[in-house]
Design a protein around this ligand. Structure first.
Ligand code: GDP
Ligand code: MG
Length: 441
């Protein structure tokens, strides 16, 4: 078991005052074996170990962390990085419908995932259409229709005598004329990759140019999942992965390798057979799972807290000097998300109540925060550092990239300006207070 092995490896690091280069090497040897046992491919493991070593050895020990905590933190961070860093979203078409094509081997979970995805998207206010393009087994069409009935989501089907390409084309027309804004195409799979399968998928791709080709892979199949991903990506080109059956005792290793080998993000995780068991894929969660819960995780959290503290102090200093950028704003927002429901935190703050609290809550509701985050993520580093260079053509690009409107970008920039001005005032106020020997803000 990977978690156990890693925990054992970490135990060696604990209880020591200092970590020598040999210590790190030895632990890394253990981690290497552990990852290999979890089906992470050899090359991926090799690169991973190298990266962690490079970062760990000879690094200045942070005052707030023990050397052991620091190595753990690096392993955790690099695992997250290997899994793609931040959570990756679906691309949406500038002009609906957005067309999503699910591909993969038989039994991977395509049909089930199609239903789950439609369900998830509908919860987000979309109008999905399911498309039955697996024409080789009548049962496959039926399976999707049953799912559609359960979910009360329309299913486009033309039986099994029309080609998959024509079904896909027909579905697009249907979606356009019936106001469906998300088209999810369930395609046929085979037990093994073969030319016929690839040819059909390539034909569908060429005919309808989907916005997202999502490869569905079964996490339980380990190394095979990695080979499948490599082949589909090379021959068809994929935009992302849905990793299914992560609810079982699948080794997280497949997810690690699939991402590393294809460079394509895992966008969703299948967590069960039920139709609500599909989640956006969070790299940090799987990294924590791979590292094991309990002991190790709480150590990481402690390390993280200490680290965040240092970051927070840096940030305060920046605010004081009014050097605060949109990049900092983004970081701060991401930190805030970790704290849990904002209402609770806000209501604990002194001096905020009634009308102000309501107003603040409105501004920082999760949806609004997600929008702001998307906008900032669509900016270049230069734009984040110097928002004043954002002219109207940049605004348009940012709006397009983040799926928002130019007004939203304008609103964010205006709010940021105000926040910055407010910080300046706070900083001055704080200075005055200090002089009087009064309260520290
Ligand atoms: P397809 O051949 O790729 O269309 O695969 P199906 O969608 O028919 O799924 C094959 C089997 O895997 C079915 O029994 C599903 O219920 C099951 N399955 C799919 N996704 C998951 C998942 O995330 N977790 C679990 N436990 N089972 C799943
Ligand atoms: Mg199927």
């Amino acid at each position: 078991n990977l978690s156990e092995r890693l925990q054992a490896a970490f135990k060696r690091l604990r209880g020591k005052g200092k970590v020598t280069e040999e210590d790190v090497s030895e632990v890394m040897r253990e981690i290497r074996v552990a990852l290999l046992e979890a089906d992470v491919s050899y090359k991926v493991v090799k690169d991973f170990i190298k990266k962690v070593k490079e970062r760990a050895v000879g690094q200045e020990v942070l005052a707030s962390l023990t050397p052991a905590q620091q190595v753990i933190k690096i392993v955790h961070e690099e695992l997250i990085e290997l899994l793609g860093g931040i959570q990756s979203r679906l691309t949406t078409a500038p002009k609906p419908p957005t067309v999503i094509m699910l591909v993969g081997l038989q039994g991977a979970g395509k049909t089930t995932s199609a239903g789950k995805l439609a369900n998830l998207l509908r919860k987000q206010g979309k109008k999905p259409l399911l498309v039955a393009a697996d024409i080789y087994r009548p049962a496959a069409v039926k399976q999707l229709q049953v799912l559609g009935e359960q979910l009360q989501i329309p299913v486009f089907a033309m039986g099994t005598s029309v080609s998959a390409v024509n079904i896909a084309k027909g579905a697009l027309e249907y979606a356009a004329s019936h106001g469906r804004d998300m088209v999810i195409i369930d395609t046929a799979g085979r037990l093994h990759i073969n030319e016929e399968l690839m040819q059909e998928l390539q034909d569908i791709k060429a005919a309808i140019k989907p916005h997202e080709i999502l490869l569905v892979v079964d996490a339980m199949t380990g190394q095979t999942a990695v080979e499948v991903a490599e082949t589909f990506n090379a021959q068809l080109g994929i935009d992302g992965v849905i990793m299914t059956k992560l609810d079982g005792d699948a080794k997280g290793g497949a997810a690690l390798s699939v991402r590393a080998v294809t460079g394509k993000p895992i966008k969703f995780a299948g967590m069960g057979e039920k139709l609500d068991a599909l989640e956006p894929f969070y790299p940090d969660r799987l990294a924590s799972r791979i590292l094991g819960m309990g002991d190790v995780l709480s150590l990481i959290e402690k390390a993280q807290a200490a680290f965040d503290q240092a970051e927070a102090e840096k940030l305060q200093e920046k605010m004081r000097k009014a050097e605060f950028t949109l990049e900092d704003f983004l970081n701060q927002m991401q930190q805030m998300k970790k704290l849990g429901p904002l209402e609770n935190i806000l209501s604990m703050l002194p001096g905020i109540g009634g009308k102000e609290l309501k107003e603040l809550q409105k501004q920082i509701n999760p949806k609004e925060m997600a929008r702001v985050e998307a906008i900032i993520l669509s900016m270049t580093p230069q734009e984040r550092a110097k928002p004043e260079i954002i002219d109207s053509s940049r605004k348009k690009r940012i709006a397009r990239g983040s799926g928002t409107r130019v007004q939203d970008v304008n609103k964010l920039l205006e709010q940021f300006k105000q926040a910055k001005a407010m910080m300046k005032q706070f900083a001055q106020l704080e200075k005055k207070m200090k002089k009087k020997g009064g309260i520290k803000l």
